[in-house]
Ligand binder design. Sequence first.
Ligand code: 5GP
Ligand code: ZN
Length: 114
Amino acid sequence: MEKCLFCEIAKGNIPATIEYEDENVIAFRDINPQAPIHILIIPRDHIPTVNDLTPDHQAIIAAMFQAVQKLTRDNKIDHTGYRTVFNCNRDGGQDVYHLHLHVLGGRKMTWPPG
Ligand code: 5GP
Ligand code: ZN
């Protein structure tokens, strides 16, 4: 089976700029940032897409949003604002099939996102 890029980052086998980690999640800088602050929050467990989430993942989902709160506070964008995004499957623009929550901020976001 082909190795999963984000599992390898989570295991420390591929380097990334880690911003936060706990027993459930890891957050690191996106390699191709779309905003001055662009962080990806991933579960340590390999969950491919939002469609694969189950009630058993409650603790992981909560941890992802607690990480959003901490990271946006630390980067001082919690009050000015930011965007969180889960891309899912082809039409959602998902490229990496290990669940990840984009956190984008540091500039004014536009809508619709395109
Ligand atoms: P998706 O399109 O799947 O929602 O987002 C995948 C994200 O992963 C993209 O924003 C892309 O820039 C980022 N990415 C892809 N490969 C790497 C990598 O090796 N390291 C890091 N830090 N980010 C990556
Ligand atoms: Zn994975």
